[in-house]
Ligand binder design. Structure first.
Ligand code: NAP
Length: 329
């Protein structure tokens, strides 16, 4: 069995290219006491990884040039020298972008016994679903009856936001690029969807939400944030989850409606998923229930083989995914 990992070869300037990545053997070493060896089965690629490719201080350390990349992954323990984990256990962890992960047992979480496929721990029961859940219900304090706008609504986090908001009795407007994605967002229960590639988002949102919005779940930034500011009702709450429009260094779109923050008393709250780890039990219970009852549906765009990882990652910025982007090993 091969044991390769994608390494950061050089720091990207703007949109990354394949030249910034290198697939190299990791080499084998015997396990130390307390360590496990895991054969990865699923790798997650996520937009935040782009920020870690820059040499800047942030809430997670920057990737080092020449070192293996890291990210969410699910795999099976194939060797253990740790009491809590046995051969055959399925675990989720952060040593992705590689075929085999070796590390201390504390770096690996045994998947809870729930009737979901293993890849769900990277999607609706993982970072993706948790970000949607806590961002909507805690950061934005969204509640029954609210009118919610969510951008990148056909993506991993966005599609979870649409479904959680519907499960909680909210009116939901999503935005996505292209008719096919918009049709899927509608299928998930959204009351209206704006195809931002077919019409300017400011006007599109005004038409879709003639009474305005109470909550904005921002995945995009730029002109989508501006549209939300333009449509915000008094005391609207914005959960600032991500601003993918700017991750590759594009000049930020002018926020022509930013002064509405004052008159409409808008609250903007940035958040990171891990801020809410103390409440993760509640999230597992709610999301587990919704998945079991079919109220929340999962969709994945799956790329095959470790060779596909960088391109799967780059496709996040080209809209190449519907639902959660995953790499299957
Ligand atoms: P995703 O939405 O599954 O994938 C990215 C999607 O963004 C693409 O499919 C594309 O969809 C859209 N997009 C890309 N570039 C765009 C642009 N310039 N303008 C408009 N839309 C664009 O990714 P995700 O993992 O669910 O992440 C969504 C957002 O949440 C990201 O901003 C991410 O950084 C953030 N996030 C934050 C946290 C946190 O803790 N705060 C955790 C996880 C994720 P279209 O085809 O519709 O354009």
């Amino acid at each position: 069995m091969t044991n390769r990992a994608w390494h950061l070869k050089s720091r990207p300037q703007g949109m990354p290219t394949m030249d910034n990545f290198e697939l190299k053997p990791l080499g084998d070493r015997p396990l130390a006491e307390g360590e496990v060896r895991v054969r990865n089965a699923w790798l997650s690629v996520d937009p935040y990884m782009r920020g870690r490719m820059n040499d800047v201080k942030s809430y997670v350390p920057a990737f080092e040039v020449g070192a293996p990349l890291q990210g969410g992954a699910v795999g099976k323990v194939i060797e253990s020298r740790a009491p809590g984990l046995a051969e055959g256990d399925t675990v989720f962890h952060m040593l992705g972008w590689r075929e085999e992960a070796v590390g201390p047992a504390e770096a690996f979480n045994k998947v809870p016994p729930m009737p979901v496929p293993n890849e769900a721990w990277l999607g609706n029961l993982g970072l993706t679903g948790g970000t949607a859940y806590f961002g909507l219900l805690r950061a934005a304090q969204a509640k029954e009856g609210d009118i919610v706008f969510v951008s990148a609504a056909a993506g991993a986090v966005g599609s979870a936001v649409v479904q959680i908001a519907k499960a909680k009795g909210m009116t939901v407007i999503g935005s996505a690029g292209g008719a096919e994605k918009c049709a899927w967002v509608k299928e998930l229960g959204a009351d209206a969807v704006v195809d931002y590639k077919a019409e300017p988002i400011v006007q599109g949102l005004q038409k879709a939400a003639p009474k305005g919005i109470d909550v904005y779940f921002d995945n995009v930034g730029g002109d989508h944030l501006d549209a939300a500011l333009a449509s915000a009702r008094n005391n609207a709450r914005f959960a600032i989850c991500g601003m993918i429009d700017g991750y590759n260094g594009a000049p930020p779109a002018a926020l022509r409606y930013i002064m509405r923050i004052i008159a409409a008393r808008i609250m903007l709250k940035g958040f990171i998923y891990t801020d809410y780890m103390g409440e993760v039990g509640e999230f597992y219970r709610d999301m587990g229930g919704w998945l079991a009852s079919g109220q929340v549906k999962s969709r994945e765009t799956v790329r095959d083989g470790i060779e596909a990882a960088p391109d799967a990652f780059l496709d996040l910025f080209r809209g190449g995914n519907t639902g959660k982007m995953l790499v299957k090993l």
